[in-house]
Write a protein that binds this ligand. Structure first.
Ligand SMILES: [Zn+2]
Length: 409
């Protein structure tokens, strides 16, 4: 009698539901808690909520609950069915579990906590003692729940970015709310259509509410944005990290060309120096810094290209876009008169999109949030084993980065 009361309280069961039996199965390491309802209880039609008398019951069903003292706890009940004049024979809702779930609400809440903490389905499986499909299903249901509850609020500052999904080929495009650091939409590919698919997830009011949008200099994203967001030309900000990345890649190109030339003359000054030019100056160790200075002093093309790249950083230190434009034009003039072809190419592409580079001074946004989240997403990709398709990957991104209210209640 005592264990019945105990489990009644543990499960938080309220009238008309009571624990009618508790059995311990040593062999299966299971505690089975039989739950029953008082006779004559009325239940609601799950569709229209009209109160009806119990028509019959389903077969016995089992729900996994939180373990007690190393034993799996299983809740067992026959679900009452009602016969609604409008909706026919339906299973009534039970208070301890969501429809179609094989777990109690308490178990599912705990499982979500474990999944968030371990960040891997496999890790969660070993703690929860569940199977892959069951565990993944908790993730899917949590995301569905979260998306249903999600309110459509305006997002004045957003970012759009591509990410390689599989090495080399498949890409996904992600749309971020920069203020809340959440992923709002994910689509396959990295072309204009992919960007548009992300925008199509936003409501009309959300589209109108966008004040600034950070992105790389990809023509596809620019095109999609212009076709979707009103007055996009004033709102696009080419992310400074992407712009600097282009400059860094150009320095590397200069280095490769120069290294090849020097090597053919038996000069190996640039051997093993690649990382010196790829890293930002402040991230070099004292030794690297020394080596850098040494090569830099030798008037090599690579050193010059690197100096121009470092100079370009100041573009983002200006208070307004007019000053930033003046600065850039001066930088451009210097670069364009050099023989550093890769740097000149970058200078030209920035010039072409300059208005949307210096718009940083107005909007002050970058995709740094997105970059930070990208690393989280990449670690999800590595750690959540068993992604068979992009769909599963998307679900995981929303589970971990969607800012959704995931818990059943
Ligand atoms: Zn009904």
């Amino acid at each position: 009698m005592q264990d019945k009361d105990l489990y009644q309280q543990i499960l938080g069961l309220k009238s008309p539901w009571t624990v009618s039996d508790v059995q311990l199965d040593h062999e299966q390491s299971e505690i089975r808690v039989q739950v029953d309802h008082a006779r004559g209880t009325k239940f609601c039609c799950p569709e229209c909520q009209s109160e009806l008398s119990c028509h019959d019951h389903t077969e016995e069903r089992r729900w996994r609950h939180l373990g007690s003292c190393q034993f799996k706890t299983i809740l067992i009940a026959r679900v009452p069915r009602v016969k609604c004049p409008t909706h026919g024979v339906k299973n009534a809702n039970v208070p301890w579990a969501e429809k179609h779930s094989r777990f109690t609400i308490m178990f599912e809440r705990f499982a979500i906590d474990v999944l968030l903490a371990t960040q891997t389905v496999k890790g969660a499986m070993s703690i929860l003692d569940t199977k892959w499909d069951q565990t993944w299903n908790i993730v899917v249901r949590a995301v569905r729940r979260g998306k249903q509850r999600k309110q459509s609020v305006t997002m004045p500052r957003i970012g759009i970015d591509e990410k390689a999904f599989k090495k080399g080929h498949s890409y996904i495009t992600l749309l971020y709310d920069l203020d809340n650091s959440t992923v709002e939409a994910v689509s396959e590919g990295n072309d204009a259509e992919a960007a548009k698919a992300c925008f199509s997830e936003l409501s009309e009011d959300q589209i109108k509410g966008v004040e600034a949008i950070a992105m790389d200099m990809s023509a596809a994203f620019v095109k999609a944005t212009k076709e979707t967001i009103p007055l996009a030309e004033n709102k696009i900000v080419h992310d400074r990290f992407h712009v600097m990345q282009l400059a860094t890649k150009a320095v590397d190109k200069v280095r490769r060309g120069e290294h090849k030339k020097l090597k053919s003359e038996g000069d190996d000054r640039l051997t093993h120096s690649r990382y010196l030019w790829l890293k930002s100056q402040e991230n070099l160790t004292a030794n690297q810094r020394h080596l850098f200075d040494e090569i830099y002093m030798q008037q090599l093309q690579t050193g010059k290209a690197s100096a121009y790249k470092e100079m370009l950083r100041d573009l983002w230190h200006h208070d307004d876009s007019v000053a930033a434009t003046t600065f850039f034009n001066d930088w451009y003039k210097r670069v364009i008169h050099t023989k550093l072809e890769p740097m000149k190419t970058v200078a030209r592409s920035i010039k072409e999109r300059l208005a949307n580079v210096v718009s940083y001074c107005t909007h002050r946004i970058t995709n740094a949030v997105a970059e930070g989240m990208n690393s989280k997403i990449m670690s999800i990709k590595r750690r959540v084993g068993g992604f068979r398709n992009v769909g599963n990957f998307k679900t995981a991104v929303f589970f971990y980065c969607g800012g959704l209210d995931l818990y059943p209640r």
